[in-house]
Design a protein around this ligand. Structure first.
Ligand code: C5P
Length: 304
């Protein structure tokens, strides 16, 4: 049936492991990463037959993203039109709840949502592989946001293999009021490692075993992020945020992706509330989000 509009909900991600290899000649780094999608969502609604491309953004972070052709959503619409002949004259309505430039793949999530919405709206019937191919052209994190769950990312982070994970993990996310630029954090990582031998990144098998056995204490201890030192170097206050989590008994705490969001794993809902209150009252974080993972990736929630 031909729909006039399709709305897709898409989650944020955190990286439970982010191992960064040497800088390659294309300006990217070889990665091994373990992603988990968490229950914090943007929504992207696309309607057909508009006079021209337009985008309207509401939600917590509406003011922090461009509502024009600089938005990754537009690049996704453009790419889908070029490769799969879908319309470019669409109305896009975004509810933006994932922090912007926060290391939680907010822009990538919206791009993934756009690919799925366009596929459904224009009945393209693309395979998962065809959608993943478009996704990878838009950014390293975009393919994972189509899948969600828990997954290993290799290459630039865009070669995804689902990971077996049991149980539900409770996360408390400390969000900064200003973001960090991903290229700047990778650049700082390179600067800090100047002159050091850089190994090819390796998957942390202990983390995967812990996820398989639903052992959140072991998962907490196994969290690691090679970009954390760089994010803390550019934003020293992040060390204070990490200390608060440790003091309040988080099972583990980590800068998410390139930061500056910090993700704390806690044992249960009670601990999640306690830590959220402690972080909020500390005065060193912009806001606090409580979420659970893993959750599924981009999915259609409404059409008409
Ligand atoms: O692919 P995406 O646009 O999300 O990447 C943003 C930036 O992050 C890149 O321009 C690059 O500086 C850095 N990056 C990297 N190595 C990766 C992924 C991202 O250096 N594997």
């Amino acid at each position: 049936m031909r729909h006039h509009s399709v709305e897709v909900q898409v989650p944020a991600k955190i990286n439970l492991q982010l191992a960064v290899g040497p800088l390659e000649s294309d300006g990217y780094h070889q990665l091994v990463t373990v992603f988990q999608a968490i229950s914090l969502y943007d929504s992207v609604k696309i309607s057909r037959d508009a006079d021209e491309f337009s985008i309207s953004i509401t939600g917590d972070y509406a003011n922090a993203v461009p509502a024009d052709e600089n938005n990754l959503i537009y690049k996704a619409i453009d790419l889908m039109a070029e490769k799969h002949s879908s319309q470019k004259n669409v109305l896009v309505e975004v509810k933006k709840n994932i922090p912007v430039a926060g290391g939680m793949a907010g822009g990538s999530a919206d791009a993934a949502a756009t690919i799925l919405a366009v596929d459904q709206l224009f009945e393209l019937n693309l395979s998962r592989e065809e959608m993943a191919e478009c996704a990878a052209q838009l950014g390293a994190d975009v393919p994972f946001m189509l899948n969600g769950g828990t997954a290993v990312g290799r290459g630039r982070g865009d070669e995804i293999t689902p990971a077996l994970s049991r149980g539900t993990y409770h996360w408390v996310i400390a969000v900064s009021s200003t973001g960090l630029s991903t290229p700047a954090v990778y650049g700082e990582c390179d600067r800090l490692r100047t002159g050091l031998p850089i190994k090819q990144p390796q998957l942390n098998e202990e983390l995967l075993q812990a996820l398989l056995s639903a052992d959140s204490e072991r998962v907490g201890k196994a969290l690691s992020n090679d970009l954390q030192a760089a994010a803390c170097s550019l934003r020293p206050a992040l060390r204070l945020v990490l200390d608060i989590g440790n003091e309040y008994g988080a099972l583990g705490g980590i800068v998410s992706g390139s930061g500056p969001s910090v993700a704390f794993l806690v044992a249960d809902e009670d601990q999640s509330l306690d830590l959220a209150v402690a972080l909020t009252s500390s005065g060193v974080v912009g806001s606090v989000i409580r979420a659970q993972g893993p959750v599924q990736g981009a999915r259609v929630v409404a059409h008409n």
